[in-house]
Design a protein around this ligand. Structure first.
Ligand SMILES: NC(=O)c1ccc[n+]([C@@H]2O[C@H](COP(=O)([O-])OP(=O)(O)OC[C@H]3O[C@@H](n4cnc5c(N)ncnc54)[C@H](O)[C@@H]3O)[C@@H](O)[C@H]2O)c1
Ligand SMILES: [Zn+2]
Ligand SMILES: [Zn+2]
Length: 361
């Protein structure tokens, strides 16, 4: 099968032939339709001291089940599925407590090769599956716990984006922060994730939704997803600009992964308000004035939108099919898998909300 392999920082990603192991009893083989390009893929490439290579990145994927192992009970060949971006064991402290997103047996940033039996190889060498998926490929071979069955009348290419950016963003608003109807919300960083925090706040019935970015095209997109106000950080201090619009801001979300913007999020909320860090900032730090905690300000993290994906992902698909969740405007470009390097460049340049890599193109 064909997969896009990242081998080294100074080499473009290339589509190569790889070999899959035979399907183990708990595994599912999926023919992928499409996979998005998320900033976390770039983090794995750039920010880890040493990315585990060779690796197939991409973790926003959907497709059709081709084959299942003997112990698999929840899906069968022909089922339409979205891939959850890491497996969860189902029996650790966190899984049993209903906090699957914190499973302590999950495999971030890469699904580890299985000792003697690597699941994927290229010329006999083991290949890692990025963020527990490896979705920039024509097929994925994963444990059943990562496979979410969805209705079969939803367009697989579009709903693939639910696999990360949508679940992460909408979930951060609805599950992590539990945004209250009528409240005021700011979202710093309006990429694929931030735009979905904005629409999560809209779905939750927020009043003012203030989008903050440095790029006018991103602020335009934010309006389409439900932002009521836009702030360009280049026009002056974003904290002062947001406070002028919402003096008692209830929630601020950081969706970039920078210390400076985490500080901004914490500074702009009211006493008792909540700042949520969604951006990934491996190795970065933020300075937080400890005196602000006497105002009962809260600073919290969010992973995968605090989602219980087997329930939440099919629900998000339903919301899309009912016209209540925007996915189409997230797709700025559709490209064949072979153009993944161009998709990464466009994301870094801030040109796109999301690029969808189509396995059919
Ligand atoms: N917590 C999670 O579970 C989770 C899941 C997925 C992605 N992420 C992380 O979320 C972050 C965003 O991902 P994405 O795919 O939306 O990225 P993206 O590159 O599509 O979007 C980032 C946006 O931030 C804007 N930006 C950059 N610097 C800024 C600044 N100083 N002030 C205001 N805006 C600024 C950019 O213009 C861009 O619009 C990444 O760090 C990613 O790794 C986290
Ligand atoms: Zn992602
Ligand atoms: Zn677990």
């Amino acid at each position: 099968m064909k997969a896009a392999l990242y081998r080294a920082a100074d080499k473009p990603i290339q589509v190569e032939d790889v070999e899959l192991g035979s399907v183990e009893p708990n595994e599912v083989l999926v023919d992928l339709e499409a996979c998005g390009v998320c900033h976390s893929d770039l983090h794995v490439m750039h920010m880890l001291p040493q990315a585990p290579v060779p690796i197939i990145l991409g973790h926003e994927a959907a497709g059709v089940v081709k084959e299942v192992g003997g112990a698999v009970s929840k899906v069968q060949p022909g089922d339409h599925v979205i891939i959850a971006f890491y497996g969860a064991c189902g029996h650790c402290f966190y899984c049993v407590k209903g906090m699957r997103q914190l499973c302590c047996n999950r495999d971030i940033p890469a699904r580890q090769v299985d000792g003697e039996r690597p699941r994927i190889t290229a010329n006999g060498m083991p290949v890692m599956q990025g963020v527990g998926v490896g979705g920039w490929a024509h097929q994925v071979l994963l444990p059943e716990s990562s496979i979410i069955k969805i209705r079969n009348d939803a367009p697989l290419d579009k709903v693939s984006l639910i696999g990360c950016g949508v679940m992460t963003g909408v979930g951060a608003a609805i599950h992590t922060a539990k945004v209250e109807a009528g409240s005021d919300v700011a979202v710093i960083g309006c990429g694929g994730v931030g735009l979905n925090i904005i629409q999560g706040a809209r779905l939750a019935g927020a009043n003012r939704i203030i989008a903050v970015d440095l790029l006018p095209n991103k602020l335009e997109m934010a309006r389409e997803f439900g932002a009521t106000h836009c702030v360009n950080g280049k026009d002056g201090d974003p904290v002062e600009q947001v406070k002028a619009i919402a003096p008692t801001l209830d929630y601020a979300f950081e969706a970039i992964g920078l210390g400076a913007t985490v500080q901004q999020a914490f500074a702009m909320i009211r006493p008792g308000g909540t700042a949520v860090v969604v951006g990934v900032g491996f190795g970065k730090t933020a300075e937080i004035p400890l005196g602000d905690f006497l105002q009962e300000k809260k600073l919290i993290g969010s992973i995968y939108g605090s989602g219980q994906v087997h329930v939440d992902i099919p629900r998000l698909v339903d919301l899309y099919m009912e016209g209540k969740l925007a996915l189409d405007p997230l797709i700025s470009q559709v490209r064949p898998l072979s153009e993944v390097n161009e998709a990464l460049r466009a994301m870094e340049a801030g040109e796109v909300a999301r690029t969808l890599l189509s396995m059919k193109a």
